[in-house]
Write a protein that binds this ligand. Structure first.
Ligand SMILES: Cc1cc2nc3c(=O)[nH]c(=O)nc-3n(C[C@H](O)[C@H](O)[C@H](O)COP(=O)(O)OP(=O)(O)OC[C@H]3O[C@@H](n4cnc5c(N)ncnc54)[C@H](O)[C@@H]3O)c2cc1C
Length: 459
């Protein structure tokens, strides 16, 4: 896909790929074999009818193609940008199985039709069923919560989303940077929900502002918890409290949601390091390190304790980061931060690692090489080594069962928790996963909640 050149884009926050032109989309769509078996659909967690939407592209009815996707996925402009298609639909594409074949770029096509529909004001409100009189509360406005809200409001339920932050969207607004997912797109999806009748209550921290039981007491008949995995993990090494050491969550939230990158229009403080080390190898680490470059770092390093092969980030993101000038320190782990005498970090002591046998995660275990210590000069560290579940709702909801990591336990067929009328899904159940899996959990929950509301809640 055409996009900004690496040395231009690493200095701005504008979206990296431009999207397909109509001509390119038509050429790409014509590569679909429309095979009988349609394994691409099996590869999609929300079962988008991929051959059908591609066929509508070939008929040049792009808005109808977008609507076809929306029959099962409410967030195509978002998923077209951030879904790991290479491991899902595109991994199963028969066109890609041919010798030297590349799969049909399903994600690019999804993005193309969703953008076409929005940019040409062709978005249509779906039919909304007559009011059922049932009230639903959704806690958290990430892809899981938004999906539940969209599905239930269409069925005639009265839906309110409670969101702790001042804007809805979850990781889509506070985590994933503007250069990968422009925030006006997430806002457009939320506006669309509002037009369908979903009510948004922002800056409402459930468990503090009101508890789950208080929401039931206020007349909500069923509640969905989609609070995500936003609690940052740290390494617990000496010096972690020094100035200049951020969690990826804080760093990305300041930059994305609070738009620190847009200074002086937005006056959000953020430390703009010159030598920045980002710890970790996932999408969050890639987003942080590319943000650091854009905020003016001379050197932006990924420090990861395994090799590139074990990195959980999408291949495309690793590729983009390298093109933009990110330097990779692989098989390396920090063991201590050193201060400048005034409480700020100035160096990081590291150890080199080698790979041993696979561990519980299936990846080869990193083993320290004794005596391999060395010092990195840095003035900013971003810790992106994973997140845990947000604990507040679990702590303030008696009878809600959680596993040893604090994730909410659900019946996977219905997403019902141990409490009647209380459902959960997305990262709060699985731990950090993907947008599409969170949306898929939202769909499952919405189906079960509808049944519960209609069969067990008497009005
Ligand atoms: C930096 C980063 C990059 C990523 N990149 C990708 C990617 O490229 N592709 C991909 O598929 N996935 C990616 N992911 C993962 C993906 O974003 C998540 O799996 C997904 O957003 C989970 O959705 P969710 O709805 O479960 O939770 P979230 O998106 O985390 O939303 C949860 C919401 O609940 C709110 N909340 C929490 N507690 C409360 C409370 N007590 N009361 C009210 N509201 C509350 C939070 O403020 C938040 O808005 C990335 C994650 C991160 C952090």
């Amino acid at each position: 896909m055409p996009g900004q050149a690496p040395q231009e884009r690493n200095k701005n926050f504008k979206e990296v790929p431009y999207g397909l032109s109509e001509e390119q989309a038509l050429i790409e769509a014509a590569r679909c074999l429309e095979c009988k078996k349609q394994p691409c659909i099996d590869g999609c967690p929300v079962e988008v009818d991929i051959p059908a939407f591609i066929d509508l592209i070939l008929q040049k009815d792009y808005a109808a193609a977008a609507r076809k996707i929306k029959e099962t996925n409410s967030l195509p402009a978002i998923c077209g940008r951030v879904c790991p298609q290479e491991e899902q639909c595109e991994a199963k594409c028969i066109t890609g199985k041919a010798k030297n074949g590349t799969p049909v770029a399903i994600g690019y096509l999804e993005r193309f039709v969703a953008d076409y529909e929005r940019d040409n004001n062709l978005v249509q409100l779906p039919k909304i069923a007559p009011s059922t009189g049932r009230k639903v509360a959704i806690v958290g406005s990430g892809p899981a919560g938004l999906t539940v809200a969209g599905d239930l409001v269409k069925l005639g339920h009265d839906v309110t989303i409670f969101e702790a932050l001042h804007k809805p969207g979850g990781v889509l607004v506070y985590g994933i940077p503007e250069f990968r997912l422009p925030k006006n797109i997430v806002q457009a999806e939320c506006d669309f929900m509002a037009q369908m009748g979903v009510k948004f209550v922002n800056s409402a921290v459930i468990g503090k502002t009101d508890t789950i039981d208080e929401l039931f007491g206020m007349g909500f008949d069923a509640i969905f918890v989609g609070t995500g995995a936003g609690l940052p993990n740290f390494m617990g090494i000496p010096g972690e409290n020094l100035i200049g050491i951020y969690s990826a969550n804080e760093y990305l939230t300041r930059s994305n949601l609070m738009r620190a990158f847009d200074f002086p229009t937005y006056d959000t403080p953020i430390i703009k390091g010159k030598n920045v080390a980002v710890l970790g190898g996932g999408n969050t680490a890639m987003d942080s390190v590319r943000t650091a470059l854009r905020l003016g770092a001379d050197n932006a390093y990924i420090v990861y304790r395994r090799s590139e092969k074990e990195m959980p980030a999408r291949i495309e993101e690793i590729h983009h980061a390298k093109q933009e000038g990110v330097q990779f320190h692989l098989l390396t782990t920090p063991i201590k931060y050193i201060d400048d005498g005034e409480g700020k970090v100035k160096e990081m002591e590291c150890l080199r690692m080698e790979l041993g046998e696979p561990d519980a995660s299936g990846r080869r275990r990193p083993v320290p090489i004794e005596g391999s210590n060395f010092i990195m000069k840095i003035d900013l560290v971003v810790v992106a080594i994973g997140n845990s579940s947000n604990p507040l709702v679990q702590k303030t909801t008696p009878g809600l069962e959680v596993n040893k990591w604090g994730n909410i336990i659900v019946n996977e067929e219905t997403m019902q928790t141990s409490r009647k009328g209380l459902y959960a899904g997305g990262d709060i159940v699985t731990g950090g996963a993907t947008v599409i899996l969170a949306a898929g959990a939202g769909k499952t929950a919405a189906r079960a909640m509808h049944k519960y509301l209609m069969e067990e809640v008497k009005k």
